[in-house]
Design a protein around this ligand. Structure first.
Ligand code: G3P
Ligand code: MG
Length: 249
């Protein structure tokens, strides 16, 4: 079960900042998830909300701001909202990156950044997973580059389970923990899709996801998840090999 640092190690550092990314890398996570919005001047930036939070004197919508304007805001611990380029430079191929598209018109600038990423940094194509709740954006991505890995997000358990993700030729389906169940996981797996579940921080939830057989979880506290998963996996050894269970290895 993979662990995605959700918005970086956002339980420890301000979400979607370089500090949160660096903290996640230090934890040796399998993957880092970040949210992406488009600025007025065409730059992609890493932030979750469409509005700047905690800026009472200057409440602004992200898409109306320039890069220069956005860089003047402190989103916690002296951190500015990073550009996607800054985040990719920081990760530099050290783990898988899940870029979640939060806004319209993000596909073309994202494709341009990804094209350059392989020359500028140490990424392999398989290290990018592009996701969105807006399935039209995923369709657009696949139309422009059929090789790109996409993840179809859902906050529901549809009647035909993961069929929507298969129709999009997605690599994975990313589902809210409130709606995932065994039928959904089985259906996705039968369709050849990976199942990644958000947001899983509670230890009992981690155990439940392990038993459902999901392929990965998004966590705000990645170390907690990594330790719990390692423990769960070590518990499987006696079941597989009773001889080892009785040894001192
Ligand atoms: O990509 C998984 C998760 O991040 C989706 O929801 O609102 O946290 O971006 P949200
Ligand atoms: Mg997200």
């Amino acid at each position: 079960m993979l662990v995605f640092a959700h918005r970086g190690a956002s339980g420890h550092e301000p979400e979607n900042t370089l500090l949160a990314i660096e903290r996640a890398l230090a934890m040796q996570v399998d993957a880092i998830e970040v949210d992406v919005h488009l600025l007025a001047d065409g730059e992609l930036v890493v932030t979750h909300d469409r509005w700047l939070k905690n800026q009472p004197k200057a409440i602004k919508r992200i898409r109306d701001l320039s890069l220069a304007q956005i860089k003047s805001f402190d989103v916690g611990k002296g951190q500015a909202i990073p550009t996607l380029n800054e985040v990719l430079e920081c990760i530099n191929g050290q783990c898988l990156v899940n870029i979640e598209l939060k806004a319209e018109r993000t596909v073309i600038p994202l494709m341009k950044i990804m094209d350059e990423a392989f020359d500028k940094w140490n990424f392999q194509p398989s290290q990018f997973l592009l996701s969105s709740f807006n399935h039209h954006l995923l369709f657009e991505l696949k139309t422009l580059n059929s090789h790109v890995n996409t993840g179809a997000l859902t906050a529901s358990c549809p009647l035909d389970y993961a069929a929507f993700a298969k129709r999009l030729d997605a690599y994975s389906v990313h589902i809210d923990i409130d709606f995932v169940n065994q039928e959904f996981v089985n259906d996705a797996h039968e369709r050849g899709l990976k199942v990644f579940v958000y947001t899983v921080d509670n230890e009992e939830d981690i155990v439940e996801m392990h038993h459902l057989g999901v392929d990965g979880i998004f966590s705000n506290y990645p170390t907690r998840s990594l330790v719990k998963i390692a423990h769960l996996q070590s518990q499987q050894v006696p079941e597989l090999n009773p001889m080892l269970a009785n040894s001192n290895i």
